[in-house]
Ligand binder design. Sequence first.
Ligand SMILES: Cc1cc2nc3c(=O)[nH]c(=O)nc-3n(C[C@H](O)[C@H](O)[C@H](O)COP(=O)(O)OP(=O)(O)OC[C@H]3O[C@@H](n4cnc5c(N)ncnc54)[C@H](O)[C@@H]3O)c2cc1C
Length: 454
Amino acid sequence: METILEAERKIPVKGYWDVIVVGGGTAGAIAGIAAAREGMKTLIVESHGFLGGSATASLVTPLMSNHVDGKPLNTGIGLEVMERLSQSGDCGKLHHNLGIFNWEMLKFTLEELYLEAGGELLYHSHFSAPLMAEKSIQGIIVETKSGRLALKGKVIIDATGDGDVAFKAGAPVESGDEFGINQAMSLRFSVGNIDLEKFADFLEELEGYRQSLPFFHASHVNGNRQALTPYFEKAYQDGVLEETDGDYFQIFGVPGRPGELSFNCPRISSKTDATNVDHLTNAQIEGRQRIKRLLNFLRKYLPGFENSYLVTVAGMVGVRESRRVRGEYYLTEDDYIEARKFPDGIAKNRYPIDIHSTKKGGGVNFHSNLAPNEYQEIPYRALVPLEIDNLLVSGRCISASFVAESSIRIQQNCHALGQAAGVAAALSIKEGLTVRELDGVKVRQTLIERGANL
Ligand SMILES: Cc1cc2nc3c(=O)[nH]c(=O)nc-3n(C[C@H](O)[C@H](O)[C@H](O)COP(=O)(O)OP(=O)(O)OC[C@H]3O[C@@H](n4cnc5c(N)ncnc54)[C@H](O)[C@@H]3O)c2cc1C
């Protein structure tokens, strides 16, 4: 590719913070709340005009279950957020976890909790470069409507999902499986004005049990014979759907939004590198084309959808896996299989290995060997990137193999990882240590004091 040389220029320094969280998503919003509650002058920098990331911008609901003996494995701030949301009827129970939520109201709750904690926000600001002093990150540069701005911080938390900060700072990263192929993306959408009673009658006839809100669920995956499979096959024959439209199709109810269902599809399997702008552009275009066909299918073939309309398409394509930042500990599939625990364990996970294949009709590799009461732990060291100082990583881009990430990536774990990063950043500043020098056992103890189930 042809290159040009950018001219040198002066950039205004907008301010100084103790903790700067880059990306106010699933992990980042919680990291911000945690750091601000520890008394840190905290800033969240976010590309969108709201918090929540995948949970709000990509419409990812519900929280997948992560519990043992009927008790949630991830408590702390993540649970508090869901409890606050349930007060307005915008969050319901899925199995033993409070977890089916109204994404629009989640934006309000996260922002309220963060501002109540004293945190500061910079929306519509895109991280573009780290400010480095050799191997130490001193702040970041963001692109905004006000131009390019420098923001200085003592500890930076990379919660971009894609490890943008760590990568540009020079930390080692990896992405994809052994062939470099990432998991499939999905462009989620929601449909309103559905006659849910009629749709529930239809499903009851097919499945023999009655669906009701909040956990309203239906699915079809090519290659598996499910209740909806004959309807998909008919639509393929009729030319209403392309066969790949049924590679993964899933519906969930949404509390607080009567007559509306949320769709965990269509799946985008052709170009899946979320750090490639051409792939991201393709995902939105291909996704919308598929959604148009799926809408037609819903209205023609599924009772209850006759008068439905498209409510929203996610502004941010859902990314299951991209860069993973190599850290002081590298989580592997064996850690999951062996249900390993660590003295510096900062989150508990028993969600299965869950890999969305990019192959045609490839379905999902979804399995777990864990005994009903077993879980693994995620050590603090998986949040500490190799080589770069003053930087923590949180969310799905922590130090984990492709397979390990497919299990730990669910939102409740990201909440716990966010809280751990926020608390660790504060502890390191209070103790005058780098995040690498900080004792992870102390992070664990502090998290327990703050309500984490560890
Ligand atoms: C299609 C799909 C379905 C899923 N289904 C479920 C499910 O049912 N249940 C479940 O629990 N989990 C599910 N997951 C997994 C889970 O939602 C994600 O793994 C998790 O939300 C990721 O959290 P995160 O904090 O790492 O990233 P995100 O929540 O994506 O947050 C990243 C944030 O960083 C911001 N950002 C990125 N780059 C920059 C930049 N350069 N500058 C400024 N800001 C930036 C983004 O705008 C975003 O707000 C699903 C994921 C996908 C994609």
